[in-house]
Ligand binder design. Structure first.
Ligand SMILES: *Cc1c(COP(=O)(O)O)cnc(C)c1O
Ligand code: SF4
Length: 346
């Protein structure tokens, strides 16, 4: 018998009353927010919060501002419009995002898929079957990204079954898993899980850390288990106001990531999603961080900085401009210390 249903983390915090056992909160409005956008905080993540209002608190604890500014869209990136079947987003020619779970170990307050996360949307086996059939029918798809929700909220057997079916499709060259579990529920990463995933190489896992305080011995252990079976690990960090919108915090985060064998892949600019406007920062903030990272830390630690265009335009990397002036075959280029050098072009 294959166990069905999601991996359950029973002892997570999901109500104001439970939260009040750990922090003095008098914020009755939390209930109003939770009604619209559910709360879930793992005991592990809760233990990392140092004080009321810090960068980890902000990511996990509901805020009344989630109910403000309803002019922002639920789905500004047109994910639903670009879904040929309910669980699959096909925006680029050669790759798809396959939403195989609506559940996450923790509900991040800034989530760009707030509209669906934690909802009891129908996630019938038939919708997974439809997604797999779509991939099978579209020869141009060579990269399948399992996302959600969090794919590692599925139990090992369900995940194995999905991976097996995708792997059977000849034109699929690589599989990626997007998961925040190594950060928020590191004990979910077991040898059994790693053995399940490794059968389907080449398989990549992009995880999600936003703050240096999230990098703990438990997360390090989780990442080692995955890296030891040959799964390359990347990180997709979201730039968030009051959490990591500082060059020094980002530098520390990127350095700590490579120490736990995770290669920073993207810093995502926060999307204009309803319920998350209090996390948004100007693009200039992101560019300043990027400029600071360049030269001050190993190139290995530097991710690309991405904005995702509204209406399904896709991701675009934003870059700092180091060419100060150009005159035919002569460029004046600025280095990371702000000094100018003349560069002879060909
Ligand atoms: C981000 C994203 C991808 C993957 O983009 P990469 O730049 O290849 O990592 C694919 N499809 C959709 C819909 C996405 O949002
Ligand atoms: S883990 Fe990812 S999908 Fe889940 S709530 Fe957090 S950001 Fe959203």
């Amino acid at each position: 018998m294959m166990p069905k249903g999601p991996y359950i983390n029973h002892n997570s915090i999901t109500s104001r009353i439970q939260l009040a056992e750990h922090f003095s909160i008098d914020e009755n409005h939390i209930d109003r927010v939770i009604e619209k956008y559910p709360m879930k905080i793992t005991p592990h993540y809760l233990s990392l919060i140092k004080k009321h209002g810090d960068g980890l608190w902000k990511q996990a604890v509901p805020d009344i501002r989630e109910l403000e500014n309803s002019s922002l869209k639920d789905d500004p990136l047109y994910e639903e419009l670009q879904s040929p079947t309910p669980n699959l987003i096909h925006r680029y020619p050669d790759r798809v995002v396959f939403l195989v779970s609506n559940q996450c170990a923790m509900y991040c307050r800034y989530c760009m898929r707030k509209r669906r996360i934690g909802r009891h949307l129908p996630q019938h086996e038939s919708s997974i079957e439809k997604g797999i059939a779509y991939i099978r029918d579209h020869q141009q798809i060579r990269d399948v990204i399992l996302s959600g929700g969090d794919p590692l909220m599925l139990n090992d057997n369900t995940l194995d079954n999905i991976l097996k079916q995708i792997k059977k499709i000849q034109h699929v060259e690589i599989i990626r898993i997007h998961s925040r579990i190594p950060c928020v529920l590191p004990q979910r990463i077991t040898d059994d899980l790693a053995e399940t995933i490794r059968k389907y190489h080449p398989i990549y896992l992009n995880t999600h850390f936003n703050h240096p305080d999230e990098i703990t011995p438990e997360s390090q252990r989780a990442c080692s288990i995955l890296a030891d079976v040959g799964i390359p690990l990347g990180c997709q960090t979201v730039l968030l106001k009051g959490v990591n919108d500082s060059p020094h915090i980002m530098k520390e985060l990127m350095r700590k990531l490579v120490q736990i064998r995770v290669k920073p892949y993207y810093i995502h600019h926060p999307d204009p999603v309803q319920g998350t406007h209090h996390f948004r920062v100007p693009i200039q903030t992101g560019l300043k961080i990027l400029e600071y990272l360049q030269g001050n830390i190993s190139g290995l630690c530097i991710p690309r900085y991405m904005i995702d265009l509204p209406k399904g335009g896709g991701k675009v990397p934003l870059q700092c401009n180091y060419i100060d002036q150009s005159n035919h075959d002569r460029h004046i280029v600025r280095n990371y210390r702000g000094e100018l050098f003349e560069y002879p072009d060909a």
